[in-house]
Design a protein around this ligand. Structure first.
Ligand code: PMP
Length: 438
């Protein structure tokens, strides 16, 4: 088919392809990674904090001495050795044998992303509803969209998902004759909002889902990256039935290895493995051996502390810079861990429309629209603090504040487009989430 154009393919696409568009993050990636741009846009961990020489030696050994197994096919569920180590990692957060966690029920995946895709394959038919926080993880939106499911967002405030809003959303969906299959939630150090579901709400959210017959898909890549105090125990540590627990080594070790996992209710474990085999045959034996060896021979708990300390300093740099530079009427969340702050702009500013001006000013962020299935969220932006050094973060926020001031001034001169007139609230840097998060 040489010389064919895009049009020659479009009428052949499967229905699920229709809604596939590049995520806002991907579109930004090329420009944001130029060295002169301070990127607050990504979600990359600070890999330079790893003992890279030692990790390199370990990888070398795995090829040279254990190549016969590490370069071979493996089993679909993942190696028992790694699944045992994964149980050790989960026990740090309170998911242990006491609550039924066992290597038997762990399925190793290609990152947290495949874990999400597998759950979607198992449970979603076209037209099914997924309840998810608004905003939510952009990669999950892509998975649900591919499954032709419909995402209904449930709002959050500074304590995470609002239980009353969840009840209302469940009632609305039932009323409209649609079927909600599960709640997708990132309860701890949420991406992108940076908020954490409070202890008290964890029980309520679980009760609500149980009563409504909703499964819970708990995505927890960030729980171990706490800064001030340990995160509340995951939902899976509180209920063994009806909760799928998804996590990954991408943020606590290395995303390049692409190793994640699902702890599944025992009854569906086999179906997950079958679905995974249909997709990838088996996860990479080499990557699994790398993670297993890392967890067996290297000081991984110490490394978690290293990441926590670096990210705490960077979070503080971001929060201080926001307080110092942001124009009146801007507010933002104060994450106790994870990688992101969610900022709400003064009325009338549109984060999506402002991207080209920000890039010209050599700063990048992800506009809030990327994190909603319905394209709302233009009044917000996600700011990452894990990757840039503290002084770069400060410089990035200074540039961003300048762009916002200019944009606001332009709108006053030329009139507002889109989100209504710019209104000054005369209040500097409030530390509570903005209206769409409340
Ligand atoms: N879930 C969430 C909430 C995430 O933020 C990410 C990565 N940014 C993933 C899943 C996917 O992680 P992985 O890199 O392990 O595929």
């Amino acid at each position: 088919m040489t010389g064919t154009t895009l049009d020659d393919y479009t009428d052949r696409y499967a229905r699920r392809v229709r809604g596939m568009t590049a995520s806002e993050i991907r579109a930004l990636f090329a420009v944001a990674s130029r060295p002169e741009v301070v990127s607050l846009a990504g979600g990359a961990p600070y890999i330079a904090a790893l003992p890279l020489d030692a990790v390199g030696e370990m990888l070398n050994e795995l090829g040279a001495r254990q190549g016969a197994s590490t370069l071979q096919y493996g089993i679909g569920q993942g190696t028992l050795e790694l699944r045992e180590r994964i149980c050790e990692v989960m026990s740090l957060s309170g998911i242990d044998v006491g609550c039924g966690a066992s290597p038997e029920d762990v399925v190793v995946t290609v990152g947290g992303q495949q874990a999400l895709d597998l759950v979607a394959r198992l449970f979603l038919d076209p037209g099914d509803v997924v309840l998810a926080e608004g905003p939510t993880y952009v990669g999950a939106l892509g998975v649900f969209q591919s499954a032709q499911a419909q995402v209904v967002h449930v709002p959050m405030d500074a304590d995470g998902l609002i239980p009353e809003a969840l009840e209302a959303a469940i009632a609305d969906v039932a009323h409209s004759g649609r079927r909600a299959k599960f709640l997708y939630t990132i309860p701890t150090f949420q991406n992108p909002a940076g908020v954490t579901l409070s202890e008290e709400r964890r029980e309520r959210v679980l009760d609500i889902c149980e009563r409504a017959g909703l499964l819970v898909v708990e995505d927890d890549p960030y729980g171990q990256l706490w800064f001030d105090r340990e995160a509340p125990a995951p939902l899976r540590a509180r209920r063994r039935d009806g909760v799928f627990y998804l996590s990954t080594f991408s943020k606590t070790f290395a995303p390049g290895l692409r190793v994640g996992w699902i702890l599944a209710p025992h009854a569906v474990r086999d179906k997950l493995v079958i679905a995974s085999e249909a997709q990838i045959l088996c996860p990479s034996a080499f990557a699994q051996a790398a993670v297993t060896t890392y967890l067996t021979t290297m000081p991984w708990r110490q490394q978690l502390k290293v990441y926590r300390e670096i990210y705490r300093e960077r979070r503080d740099a971001l929060l201080d810079a926001l307080a110092d530079y942001m124009p009146a009427g801007t507010s933002w969340t104060r994450p106790g861990g994870g990688l992101f702050v969610w900022a709400t702009l003064p009325d009338g500013l549109d984060a999506k429309a402002m991207v080209p001006r920000a890039i010209a000013a050599r700063v990048a962020y992800v506009p809030g629209t990327g994190f909603y299935a319905d394209g709302t969220g233009a009044g917000h932006m996600r700011l990452n603090f894990s990757f840039p050094a503290p002084e770069r973060i400060r410089e990035g926020v200074r540039r961003l504040a300048m762009v916002m001031e200019q944009e606001a001034a332009m709108r006053q001169v030329f009139g507002a487009v889109g989100r209504g007139p710019v209104r000054r609230r005369g209040q500097a840097g409030a530390d509570v989430p903005g209206p769409d998060l409340a």
